[in-house]
Ligand binder design. Structure first.
Ligand code: AMP
Ligand code: GLY
Length: 437
């Protein structure tokens, strides 16, 4: 197959890498890609938001499948435009991508479909929002409706902080139109993790569970980031929870979307809160009464979860994505290898705030059968690979057990360096606290 991957981060490098490992031998292109994808595929100099150019190029090149990585082009209608031009694409149409693009919409779908989630209400009037706070207790969660680059969620410990967040979004317009509506949400206790489902409009197959590390520093401290590492499987998702996640969360959402005329194809990423005897930490039961509740949906592969999930997939990855995009997905399309994987993000000093770019990276060329380095924010300059982002590399280790996978990832990252590089030293700590206790 001739396949175009749209995006330029670690997720897209991992998707590209996994496609190139299919035995069929595909021709893979990346738009725009990065210095890592350039080593294994052909980069095409088109940005992710240049919808018309992507469609035209794909048509001219007779691309068999376009795989869209990031949310912004999905929300902007890239898949709609590709399908209108007769090009197969993996990812939801814009109406489906609203599951990520609008938290109010996602909540409405969940409520209509009876999906367990935090109790929530949407407000545009700050006074009405503040009056509603009393019925939520503390902590309480205040969310901007739209895409706010991961910054639109405030977990308020006090009433004053909650009122300030409401004012910042509705009066101060701190997120612009993304914060023109706010949700007030019940705080869910428990342990966060995620399940990504491959969806073909009707059916869904779950990919292996994962957990990422959103805070920048060890012990889950410091500001939120796009993710500082991830591992798969996440032991908090015990096998007995999978039917609940598929039958009470993923499938009802797809059905409710279809009822509204939206055929959802691509990844439906469920960010979950698990609160039971297996979770770390645990706390008071949610209003829904369910041990598993949805925190959020994303309309795409997670980053860096993808870097820890894809190395575990056997079979033909291209066929899995193609079948989802054609509506012919089968359970057998997902083949999970009996192994674990962990990925560690090497970040630039200052991230998630401002950071320097252009630092030369060394130690990339070491080959190893059980590890792989995905590029997140890199560029080529004068024949050298240099940093070009806050998250620079995603270093994945694989092993028979999670411990082996994590050790391999740390072994590999210890040989890599650039000025200002830092990374978390406690990836998968929740899993180890549980399984090695
Ligand atoms: P979201 O963008 O909705 O995923 O929210 C970002 C982060 O805020 C989540 O990953 C959680 O850590 C936290 N969060 C969001 N909603 C809730 C909630 N209802 N209860 C507890 N934590 C939440
Ligand atoms: N790592 C979280 C996300 O991709 O949204």
């Amino acid at each position: 197959m001739k396949i175009l991957v749209v995006g330029s981060g670690g997720r897209e490098h991992a998707i590209t890498w996994r496609l190139t490992r299919d035995v069929e031998g595909h021709r893979v292109f990346c738009a725009p890609g990065n210095a890592g994808t350039a080593l294994i595929a052909t980069n095409v100099n088109i940005g992710v938001s240049e919808i018309e150019k992507i469609v035209e190029w794909s048509k001219n090149e007779k691309i068999d499948l376009v795989v869209v990585g990031p949310e912004a082009p999905l929300v902007a209608g890239l898949v709609d435009a590709l399908e209108a031009a007769g090009i197969k694409a993996f990812g939801p149409v814009a109406a489906g991508a609203r599951m990520e693009g609008s938290k109010t919409f996602a909540k409405e779908i969940m409520q209509s479909a009876g999906v367990p989630t935090a109790k929530a209400e949407t407000f545009t009037d700050p006074q009405a929002a503040k009056e509603a706070l009393a019925s939520y207790g503390l902590p309480v969660v205040i969310k901007a409706d739209g895409l706010a680059a991961g910054k639109g969620v405030v977990v308020a410990e006090t009433l004053q902080d909650a009122e300030k967040a409401i004012d910042d979004m509705l009066v101060g317009n701190c997120f612009g139109s993304a914060g023109a509506e706010v949700l007030i949400e019940e705080f869910l206790h428990g342990e966060e993790c995620s399940i990504l489902a491959v969806v073909d409009g009707e059916n869904a197959v779950l990919l292996p569970s994962s957990q990422d590390h959103k805070r920048v520093f060890d012990g889950d401290t410091g500001p939120n980031t796009g993710g500082m590492g991830a591992y798969s499987p996440a032991p908090v998702i015990t096998d007995d929870k999978l039917p609940l996640i598929r039958d009470k969360i993923i499938l009802p959402v797809i059905k409710e979307l279809k009822r509204r005329g939206i055929i959802y194809r691509g990844i439906l990423y469920a960010g979950l809160m698990v609160n039971d005897e297996n979770s770390n930490p645990r706390g008071p039961v949610a209003i829904s009464g369910s041990p598993v509740n949805v925190v959020e949906f994303n309309a795409r592969f997670g980053d860096p979860e993808t870097e820890a999930i894809l190395p575990r997939l056997g079979g033909s990855f291209a066929n899995l994505l193609l079948h989802a995009s054609e509506g012919t997905l089968k359970e057998e399309d997902v083949v999970v290898e009996d192994m674990a994987a962990a990925t560690i993000i090497a970040a630039s000093e200052g991230y998630p705030g401002s950071y320097a770019k252009g630092k030369e990276i060394s130690g990339l060329s070491d080959e190893s059968a059980n590890s792989v380095v995905f590029h997140c924010g890199t560029a080529e300059a004068e024949g050298k690979i240099v940093t070009s982002g806050g998250r620079v590399l995603s270093v994945t280790g694989c092993g028979k057990t999670l411990r082996e996978a994590v050790d391999e990832a740390y072994r590999r990252i210890s040989g890599i360096s650039f000025e200002g590089m830092f990374y978390r030293k406690d990836i998968a700590h929740r899993a180890f606290e549980r399984t090695e206790a």
